[in-house]
Design a protein around this ligand. Sequence first.
Ligand code: PGA
Length: 241
Amino acid sequence: MNVLIYDNEEQIGIAAGNYMCGQVLAKPDSVLGLATGSTPLKPYNHMIKLYKNGSVDFSRVTTFNLDEYCNLDINDANSYHRFMYDNLFSHINIPEENINFLNGNAQNLEQECRDYEAKIKKAGGIDIQLLGIGSNGHIAFNEPSDSFQRWSHVVALKESTIKDNSRFFKSVDEVPTHAITMGIGSIMQAKRILIIALGKNKAKAIKQLIDGHVTPQCPASVLQFHTDVTLMLDRDAASLL
Ligand code: PGA
């Protein structure tokens, strides 16, 4: 793994934004796998900046987002759909029809998962997958468990994830209990992976991802088996290495 350690979040924003845009400059019809949360905010800001100053064009790009809450309106301030429009899509030129999300309100969630996998395949697979990591080692909403779930699926969120994510909601009771997420196999099929971690609360998961046993109890540890992973860490997230 290519482990890069930076002094602060600003630098990571520039480095990660450049990395994602570099992919698009090398292959204008790239398929990008995108993530939500606090971690990608600065990288998305930098991607917007590069688009606005004419350095990169997203008009042929296709995107697939990692996950979405179930039973939350897509216009809700906390939906990942809304997050992506507010923080990236409304500011760059990816055609609407090239933007893909799992629908957490689908009538038949299992069919939705199958359709999403088929769409990724039809698009030619994901060229680069951007990932954050949960303090419990989750990637997307693949929570610690006894086995790896291969493809997109519905998941009951762990208490620790509900607690971590409650900072965005009025109260912990408002955090959805279920989500729909790409699986470990879906993520592992991406040609390249960029994972970013900020802050001390990610240090243990990062240590396990890099040095620990590969185990579904730390879903991110499976990335040890991927051949093209870059980690961008701040000093706090790297503090146990
Ligand atoms: P965060 O979430 O970026 O808000 O820390 C990351 C994740 O849970 O994957």
